[in-house]
Design a protein around this ligand. Structure first.
Ligand SMILES: C[S@@+](CC[C@H](N)C(=O)[O-])C[C@H]1O[C@@H](n2cnc3c(N)ncnc32)[C@H](O)[C@@H]1O
Length: 267
């Protein structure tokens, strides 16, 4: 049976998770914390959350701290999730790409890669100019998975039939039951780890940023800081996609709404 952290223990983890990831874990999530970390306590032969906490904040526990933080992130995603964004990219943005310029896109909380590969399929199919696609997440394990481009076949049902045939190959032998995104697309995506909650390296400015289903884990003050940095990464008329359950209303004036979950950088 999982142990549930007591109030003091929960508070220690809550602070640590906020400090490192910007993620706010409300006190109602005690059971979630326990479900995600209990196996790690057992692997470290520890019985108390406080003991595990002391270990992961010590210099010897650095590797374990990364494991714990990765387990805290929620990585749910799927191909062509929230399809209206892909329609908007295809029908409203790509036809207006400026000749001679590279159309730059960043998938900024990309999880296991379904989102950036969905973008890559549309770009490869419809982008009339050169394009570049960057893909990042704070979780190095999911980025490692994304790089492989391998997914269970049953997770590819939301890929349009034509794209599935053109951009995915069925696995054989030990890979039976999986598909792999073709090398032509995999090699076009630049994968790296990046923490949206900290200052990050100069990765240039983008025509389009996907920042979907990650703001929900942040409180308003963190959202403001994250969005301030994101605004600086958009070209003057660049576009931002957020998840359909996320709104920037009352949080920042750096963006103007265009459609639900679609914003343009304010002038
Ligand atoms: C629910 S997934 C969303 C995946 C994809 N964008 C989508 O909408 O399907 C949220 C992702 O945000 C990432 N994440 C959480 N905190 C982050 C942070 N501080 N910096 C960068 N990524 C973060 C998680 O690791 C996770 O993969």
């Amino acid at each position: 049976m999982n142990q549930i952290p007591n109030d003091k223990e929960f508070f220690l983890f809550q602070q640590l998770i906020f400090q490192r990831l910007g993620i706010h874990l409300p006190v109602q999530k005690k059971a979630l914390l326990s479900n995600r970390l209990w196996k790690r306590l057992q692997a470290c032969q520890m019985e108390r959350f406080e003991e595990y906490y002391r270990f992961i904040i010590s210099p010897q526990g650095r590797e374990e701290l990364n494991k714990a933080l990765e387990l805290i992130t929620t990585n749910e995603t799927y191909f062509f999730r929230e399809p209206k964004h892909f329609d908007y990219l295809r029908d409203e943005l790509l036809p207006h790409c400026r000749r001679g310029e590279t159309f730059r896109v960043w998938s900024a909380a990309a999880s296991t890669g379904e989102e950036p590969y969905s973008i890559a399929m549309v770009l490869r199919d419809r982008c009339p100019t050169e394009w570049e696609l960057l893909c990042s997440d704070v979780n190095a394990t999911v980025i490692g998975h994304a790089r492989t481009g391998i997914y269970p076949e049953m997770r590819t049902r939301s890929i349009p039939e034509g794209y599935l045939r053109r951009f995915c190959r069925k696995g054989i032998g030990p890979e039976a039951g999986n598909i792999r995104v073709v090398a032509e697309l995999r090699e076009r995506v630049d994968f790296f780890t990046l923490n949206l909650h900290q200052e990050y390296a100069d990765i240039g400015q983008f025509d389009l940023i996907f920042l979907r289903n990650v703001l929900i884990y942040f409180e308003n003050e963190t959202k403001q800081k994250v969005l301030e940095r994101i605004a600086g990464k958009l070209k003057p008329d660049g576009v931002l996609f957020v998840g359909h359950s996320e709104s920037l209303h009352g949080i920042t004036e750096r963006f103007v709404p265009v459609r639900p979950a679609i914003y343009r950088r304010a002038k």
